[in-house]
Design a protein around this ligand. Structure first.
Ligand SMILES: Nc1nc2c(ncn2[C@@H]2O[C@H](COP(=O)(O)OP(=O)(O)OP(=O)(O)O)[C@@H](O)[C@H]2O)c(=O)[nH]1
Length: 926
């Protein structure tokens, strides 16, 4: 835009006017500042002149007083008699007596004609001090004619060591001969102090200068300036200064400076100078300049503002015209640009439409493929990661089929709809973390179908990225792995869980127990292991059936679980045996409370099907680490303690103790000896006669085994037979017994009675596993040339309780070999008459417990009679055991008992002795 010429001229004129006003103002202010500065300097100079007069008068007055005193001394010394003029004492007396003249701020001393100190008016010892080099001494000595006072140059006092200058006078005798010098050393600091107080401004300097230029006193900086040459450097010459040169040196030094004034002290070689330094004036000058500057600024501002207002009105019109022109040009440019942008955008849009079309086609293809996949596919957005997670934007057919959700059900919702109570929260949080980091991941989870049923899913989640690498979606490919999981679960359960009770089995319990022991070893603390075995559980199976037994075991497991805390552990380790692990024990009272509670809950009736069943339990308890920290040992301990509980009458708990261990060890050693006893020939069969009560003949014998231990001597069968049964040695022992008994009966049959019979006790254990070596036994009999009926096999009711097909088969085979069967301890246990018949039992043996208390019409008598009658009815013969008296024998015979056995007839005796009995044919009837 072009600015019109008139407008430019107008503006120029306004600028010139403005500049003129500013220039005038500047000149006026400068002139004012300069004239003020000169005025202030003149005033200061005047002030210093007046002031130097006052100071000079003051110093002069002070020195005049001292000089008066010196004059007095000088006269008095001159008038002393000649003898006293050289007497130190006389002079000392004179100086100190003249107190009226002496002032406290100075003192006087007398120096003799040789320059040696004689005496002083105060206590200073000046006598003998050499003052001959002092200027005032030399002046007075040389100028004999001049009697005027002289001021010596400033220096440090010879005796006082203070900064002093000397006012002095020549002393002459009446004849005008030089006697010496009387001098007053004046402390320059006093003069300086007076100057200091007299200064009316900080920039004022006052000095007292000696005619030789040395400074005597000054304020400020007294000590630094003392004795320094006060003259200006240009006025210091080699020639001796005179009063007039020093004066001009000082004055000219001050000349040109705004405020310096000097004045000589009348009649003395001293000058007083007062200098008023220009700093104050400079300060004022600077203040004036600042104020002037401010005024100038204000003037400039006013001028500029006025100029601005003057031209803006014209300017505004011009500008708005210019702005309109500019705006027109801008619009033109923008329209051109916008058109170009629109072209670009249009082109991009077309490209995008093409791209989208291609993408849509690709997407349709992918969707078709995804729909056909058998794996579930779910695509979600990539955000948000909070509030339930990203929304689902696609699911395939497989997803709809497997989950029961239609795509309409899930689109726009989050994958959370698939989760439920058993979905692993930790796994979910791991998935969330990976997704937040846009990482691919694999996971296994429990998901829930629309109908609420759960299924295991194996999933792989992969982030989808755009061309800039930004994550835009997640694709989740999922596969139902419920079957695989179930199979694994089943395997795990089979390996670790007891299928009947759902409790941990032996394997899992042992593993857990091992961990707990380690943890106790690390962190301290105690564990209690309980071994629980149900009492006589076998009977429940036998009486109510195996199914009921199973139910009881399940219920027992539930009751045990209810007795323990969450931190404790219960397992079923087999049959009717349970283990309980108590952790976190503070004291034994906790263990006892649990043990008592278990016994109490076990003794409560079990309602199983239609039966009400009662049972009890025996518990062995061992403590870790008190008893041991070895899992195997602890199991053994608890087992031993449990057996002790059983042996003490059941339904109780027993703590393991060391004695049990020892007993167990003894048992183990005995069991070990038992294995070799047979080969070492330590067994022997004893025979106890069985007498026909009707005729008193010894027709049978019971073979009873004895073990002669090489160290321990005779060991009772009651001790070693259970051990032999436990260890299985009973099988070979039983075999040996049969062989021995067969040989004996064969011999005795041939020698004494062809119908003689020997009974052997056969343990139920011998019927287990491979069973009785039936063929071998038959072969033995054949080899001995005897028949089977010479052997009576005594079995116990225990065997009948456990009777299985195999047992029955074996018994029948023995029978077929001609052997007879006898049922031992009849009436003491669970006797089933049907078995007596089924197994073709030949004899029953009435237990000695019935015989021992036998009396006419007693209950035992009635029982024995009933048993005998019943046996006879079944075609069985009866043997009464434990007959000790003739009365018992007689009673039994009265009620028809067939045979008798007991101490009344004979103890069990060695075969040789028994043979003697047979030989004697003696009747043993009482
Ligand atoms: N019903 C049932 N019985 C079982 C199961 N496992 C083992 N048994 C039986 O449980 C019984 C365990 O008997 P034991 O503990 O030896 O003897 P008990 O009769 O309990 O006698 P004591 O232990 O001496 O008091 C045996 O008869 C086994 O056959 C089972 O799973 N179910």
């Amino acid at each position: 835009m072009r600015v019109p010429y008139q407008y430019r001229m107008y503006k120029r004129r306004v600028f010139y006017a403005c500049g003129f006003v500013i220039a005038i103002s500047l000149s006026l202010v400068a002139w004012k500042i300069f004239s003020s500065y000169i005025d202030r300097e003149n005033i200061a100079r005047e002030q210093s002149r007046t002031f130097v007069h006052a100071i000079e008068a003051h110093v002069f007055h002070s020195l005049q007083l001292i000089d008066l005193s010196l004059l007095g001394f000088s006269n008095a010394l001159g008038l002393l008699p000649p003898a006293e003029q050289v007497s130190v004492d006389a002079i000392k007396r004179l100086l100190s007596s003249n107190g009226s003249l002496a002032r406290s701020d100075y003192w006087v001393l007398f120096i003799d004609a040789n320059g040696r100190g004689v005496a002083a008016s105060n206590d200073l010892s000046v006598a003998g001090t050499d003052y001959s080099d002092r200027d005032y001494f030399r002046v007075h000595k040389a100028n004999g004619a001049a009697k005027a006072a002289y001021v010596g140059e400033p220096d440090f006092g010879r005796v006082s060591r203070k900064r002093v200058f000397f006012l002095s006078r020549r002393v002459e005798d009446a004849a005008g001969r030089f006697l010496g010098v009387i001098a007053a050393p004046i402390e320059a600091s006093r003069i300086a102090s007076m100057f200091r107080h007299a200064r009316f401004r900080d920039d004022v300097v006052i000095k007292l200068v000696h005619e030789n230029g040395k400074t005597i006193a000054s304020a400020p900086s007294f000590e630094e300036n003392f004795t320094k040459d006060a003259r200006h450097a240009s006025h210091r010459g080699p020639e001796k200064p005179t009063m007039s040169t020093i004066y001009s040196a000082l004055v000219s030094h001050g000349a040109g400076k705004p405020a310096s004034a000097s004045r000589p002290i009348d009649g003395l070689p001293l000058i007083v100078t007062v200098e008023v330094f220009p700093e104050g004036n400079y300060q004022a000058l600077i203040t004036d300049i600042k104020a002037g500057g401010l005024i100038i600024l204000v003037v400039i501002a006013l001028a500029v503002t006025t100029a601005h207002f003057a031209i803006t009105s014209v300017d505004a019109v011009t500008r708005s015209r210019a702005a309109i022109l500019k705006a027109e040009r801008d619009v033109e440019i923008r329209v051109t640009q916008r058109t170009a942008n629109l072209h670009d955008a249009n082109r991009r849009l077309q490209d995008e439409v093409e791209e989208r079309k291609e993408a849509a086609e690709r997407l349709t293809l992918f969707e078709k493929c995804l729909a056909q996949l058998s794996d579930m596919v779910m695509i979600t957005e990539s955000y948000p990661l909070t509030s339930g997670g990203p929304r689902i934007i696609f699911v395939n057919n497989a997803f709809e089929r497997q989950t029961g959700y239609d795509s309409d059900d899930v689109l726009g919702r989050t994958p959370r709809i698939l989760q439920g109570p058993r979905t692993d929260r930790a796994e979910l949080s791991r998935i969330r973390d990976c997704v937040a980091r846009h990482e691919a991941l694999k996971a296994e989870l429990i998901n829930y179908r629309k109908d609420g049923s759960e299924y295991w899913v194996e999933m792989e989640i992969v982030p989808v990225r755009d061309k800039n690498g930004e994550c835009t979606q997640f694709v989740s490919i999922q596969r139902d792995i419920t079957d695989r999981k179930s199979a694994l679960d089943l395997i795990w359960k089979q390996a670790n869980i007891d299928s009947l009770t759902g409790l941990p089995n032996r394997q899992m319990f042992t593993a857990h127990f091992g961990h707990q022991i380690k943890s106790v070893a690390r962190s301290g603390g105690r564990l209690a292991l309980m071994f629980l075995d149900l009492d006589s559980f076998k009977e429940i199976n036998d009486v109510y059936g195996h199914d009921t037994g199973d139910l009881l075991l399940q219920e027992a497991g539930n009751r045990l679980k209810a007795c323990i805390r969450d931190c404790d552990f219960v397992g079923r380790i087999g049959g009717d045996e349970f283990t309980i692990l108590l952790t976190d024990l503070a004291s034994n009272s906790g263990i006892e409370r649990v043990a008592q509670e278990i016994l109490a809950v076990m003794s409560r009736p079990f309602q199983l099907h239609q039966h009400t069943v009662f049972i009890s339990a025996s518990i062995g308890v061992t403590l870790c680490p008190d008893d041991s920290s070895v899992p195997g040992d602890l199991f053994k301990n608890a087992d031993q303690a449990m057996y002790v509980a059983k042996s003490r009458g059941r339904n109780q708990y027993v703590y393991f103790d060391q004695q049990m261990q020892e007993q167990a060890q003894t048992k183990m050693r005995t069991a070990s000896d038992l294995r070799t006893a047979l080969s070492r020939g330590e067994f022997e069969l004893y025979y106890q006669p069985i007498v026909n009560l009707a005729n008193g003949h010894v027709e049978k014998a019971e073979a009873l085994i004895r073990w002669k231990h090489p160290e321990k001597g005779m060991i009772s069968p009651a001790t070693f037979i259970p051990l032999a049964e436990d260890t299985g040695t009973i099988v070979s022992i039983g075999d040996w017994v049969f062989g021995e008994a067969a040989r004996t009966v064969a011999a005795w049959r041939s020698r004494y009675r062809p119908d003689f019979q020997v009974s052997i006790n056969v343990s139920p254990v011998q019927f287990k596993n491979s069973g009785i070596p039936h063929k071998k036994w038959v072969a033995t009999l054949e080899s001995l040339g005897t028949t089977g009926d010479g052997i009576v096999v005594e079995i116990t009711e225990r065997l009948l309780l456990d009777v299985e097909d195999s047992v029955r088969r074996q018994l029948l085979m023995l029978r077929e070999a001609g052997m007879k069967m006898s049922l031992d301890d009849f009436g003491t246990g669970y006797s089933s008459l049907s078995y007596l018949k089924k197994l073709n039992i030949d004899f029953i043996k009435i237990d000695q417990s019935f015989v021992s208390a036998l009396a006419m019409d007693s209950e035992d008598m009635i029982l024995c009679e009933a048993m005998i009658a019943m046996a006879h009815k079944l075609g069985l013969k009866v043997v009464a055991e434990g007959i000790e008296t003739a009365a018992q024998c007689s009673l039994l015979r009265t009620i028809g008992c067939d045979f008798g056995q007991g101490y009344h007839f004979s103890k069990p005796v060695r075969a040789s002795l028994f043979e003697e009995l047979l030989q004697s044919h003696s009747a043993l009837m009482a």
